[in-house]
Design a protein around this ligand. Structure first.
Ligand SMILES: Nc1ncnc2c1ncn2[C@@H]1O[C@H](COP(=O)(O)OP(=O)(O)OP(=O)(O)O)[C@@H](O)[C@H]1O
Length: 351
């Protein structure tokens, strides 16, 4: 079966800024495919080219075998898009927005069903301005799905949501995929990529540095496991750093953190025992996707970890671009390509 999305040697600059240098990947039917990368890596520019909102300088893109620029009317009918910074007029109601968007499509989904699935049924008559952040996010997903798309492109879909709303949204995305929709997902969140994505393209400085499943990416991390403990009595680093299994040792206050390969745990606990040292509060961490990400992209990807998911570059200032078609020139475009949308007709900010 041909790939649903094919991107080959995509290149896109904004003046002197090279946003996307050389990006290639394919997305197969029924996949949830993630694009992960630090701020400014070129993720949004890549998906904007994929959905036809930007003209690549070089490279080739096919979506369902179509050229997103040349065949844009057809691509628009078959591709649902939720891009960053979507906005609707404050007074537009949830039900109205869905009906309006549905009118752009040949085979619109039933707004009532979508509102049910997305937990918006009770909000049918609520104006956009009165929705919570999570409800706005769910509405933006509903608008991406109102055309019954075969492919959905979702950019930063859970940014700004609380942990529970984020988890609910993940369940929703899995449900959408189980209905046969192929999903291209841009994310900053490691846990999101790990939970949802079948495969991930890691993009750094406009280039793909790896494409693989989250598990396979994690397995690439050389330093394997990380062991933390509090020693019952002080000891010299050399006691453990001399072991062939140990690749590193750091101290965080009275906590010792050892990284290693092979059976590091056995090696260090044996040595400690022989020296009458008890490893208290011992914890073994397996490498995570975040470790793989940092290994692949270097220190630009310094991240914060947390139960709700580590955010790539969470401690970096957000680089901002001018999004296409901003401010929206007509009701509720969510910057989505629509035959009726001036955005779509090239009247937006320059490519
Ligand atoms: N319209 C634009 N005009 C000028 N520069 C832009 C424009 N859009 C993006 N850029 C620049 O291109 C580079 C890639 O931006 P892009 O938004 O594609 O990255 P990103 O990985 O999506 O970033 P983020 O995670 O912060 O959203 C950045 O240096 C950005 O500042």
């Amino acid at each position: 079966m041909p790939a649903v999305i094919e991107v080959r040697h995509l290149h896109k600059s904004y003046g002197a800024t090279v946003a996307v240098d050389d990006v290639s990947f394919t997305v197969e039917q029924g996949e949830i495919f993630g694009i992960l990368g630090p701020n400014g890596a070129g993720k949004t520019t890549t998906v904007e080219c994929v959905v036809g909102l930007r003209d690549p300088d070089r490279g080739e893109i096919r979506v369902l075998g179509l050229d997103p620029r040349r065949d844009r009317a057809e691509v628009t009918q078959r591709l649902g898009v939720q891009l960053q910074d979507g906005q609707l007029p404050d007074r537009m109601k949830v039900g109205e927005a869905l009906r309006l968007y549905g009118s752009f499509y040949r085979k619109p989904a039933d707004p009532e069903v979508l509102m049910d699935v997305l937990g918006l049924a009770g909000r049918r008559g609520t104006p956009y301005a009165k929705l919570s952040g999570g409800q706005k996010q769910r509405l933006s997903i509903a608008l991406a799905l109102i055309g019954s798309p075969e492919v959905a492109v979702l950019d930063e879909l859970t940014t700004g949501l609380d942990p529970q709303a984020r988890r609910d949204t993940w369940d929703l995305i899995q449900d959408i995929r189980s209905r046969g929709v192929t999903i291209l997902l841009v994310t900053h969140f490691m846990e999101e990529a790990e939970r949802l994505c079948d495969r991930v393209a890691v993009i750094d400085r406009g280039r793909v540095v790896a494409v693989d499943s989250p598990t396979a990416l994690t397995e690439r991390v050389q330093d394997g496991q990380r062991i933390r403990f509090r020693p019952s009595v002080p000891f010299e680093d050399a006691l453990l750093t001399g072991l062939p299994e140990v690749t590193g040792l750091t101290r965080q206050g009275d906590l010792v953190v050892v990284t290693g390969t092979g059976n590091t745990l056995h090696a260090i606990t044996s040595v400690l025992a022989r020296n009458d040292i008890v490893a208290e509060h011992l914890r073994v961490d397996r490498p995570s996707l975040e470790d793989a990400f940092v290994a692949l992209t270097g220190d630009r990807a310094a991240t914060a970890t947390g139960a709700a998911g580590a955010a790539v570059g969470a401690n970096q200032p957000t680089s901002r671009r001018s999004t296409p078609c901003h401010p929206p020139p007509r009701p509720g475009p969510y910057h989505r390509p629509s035959p009726a949308d001036p955005c779509w007709d090239g009247s937006r900010s320059p490519n």
